[in-house]
Design a binder for this molecule. Structure first.
Ligand SMILES: Nc1ncnc2c1ncn2[C@@H]1O[C@H](COP(=O)(O)OP(=O)(O)OP(=O)(O)O)[C@@H](O)[C@H]1O
Ligand SMILES: [Mg+2]
Length: 244
């Protein structure tokens, strides 16, 4: 099925291909590795398969780009990694990676016989990409459902890390709905795009819902570097250290 259609990042849609891992400048890839290192430091050492949600206040701040690149650098380290498109309203992972979105998370949630082996990426043996699948009428309820809890419980047994790309928190409740089922959330902030009051609202909502914020990723930071995409910064929120 969709594995046949999978191509390398280079052939992903031209709109996004420059922001995906293999086309990033060395310095940008290093920033993702730094985020990976910070997360390893932030997450409890004894936690089996942390599940990391990626959200932001509004649309277009770089959540999906961050989810793809971060999951990929975790896989590069040798870990077994699953990237899930949890944006069941406007999924974009399949399009970014030029794979089929016909089957995915919603099939697993409906118990429709989808097998996780079908979602192994051709790019790396230890990198699995689960697109959204068919868009459901009730994304928020599905993401917070017992079925979702069961699916995640099973997936946790199979992977070292799970990264879930989520919709913007200030627009829909989906990220909050799934939050009790995950280890913590990363909030993406995009320079010259994210409004301060929206970010404050987003963080306030996370706090009210008792969600563990693992850190914020600054996307699109202008470094003055010669590299156009060397623009990622991580500000950790570590319980075991000072983060950054
Ligand atoms: N650092 C960056 N530099 C240049 N372009 C970027 C950068 N980060 C993201 N983009 C581009 O911005 C667009 C939005 O990024 P992305 O899809 O990752 O955002 P999103 O937060 O997931 O959006 P949505 O809320 O619609 O799901 C994409 O075209 C992506 O390629
Ligand atoms: Mg997105």
């Amino acid at each position: 099925m969709w594995k046949k259609k999978t191509k390398q990042f280079m052939s992903a849609g031209s709109e996004t291909k420059q922001t995906l891992h293999e086309n990033l400048a060395f310095t940008a890839v290093e920033q993702y590795k730094l985020i990976r290192a910070n997360l390893d430091f932030t997450l409890p050492a004894d936690e089996k398969c942390p599940v990391i949600g990626i959200t932001s206040a509004m649309r277009g701040e770089g959540k999906s780009t961050t989810a793809v690149n971060l999951s990929y650098v975790f896989a590069e380290k040798g870990s077994r990694v699953l990237l899930i498109d949890g944006d069941l309203r406007r999924p974009s992972i399949a399009k970014k990676l030029d794979i089929d979105n016909t089957h995915g998370l919603t099939d697993l949630l409906r118990g429709k016989g989808a097998r996780i082996e079908d979602f192994q990426s051709k790019r790396r043996d230890n990198w699995y990409v689960l697109p959204s699948g068919a868009i459901p009428p009730n994304p928020s309820e599905l993401l917070g459902s017992d079925r979702m809890a069961n699916v995640l419980r099973q997936l946790r047994e199979m992977f070292d890390y799970i990264i879930i790309d989520l919709p913007p928190l200030n627009l829909v409740s989906d990220a909050i709905s799934v939050s009790p089922l995950i280890s913590g959330m990363i909030v993406v902030i995009r320079e010259d795009h994210t409004e301060k009051k929206e970010l404050e609202k987003c963080l306030r909502q996370l706090q009210m819902a008792n969600v563990r914020v693992l850190g914020c990723v600054m996307n699109g930071v202008k470094t003055g570097s010669a590299s156009k995409y060397a623009r990622y910064k991580y500000y950790g929120n570590s319980s075991r250290g000072t983060g950054k």
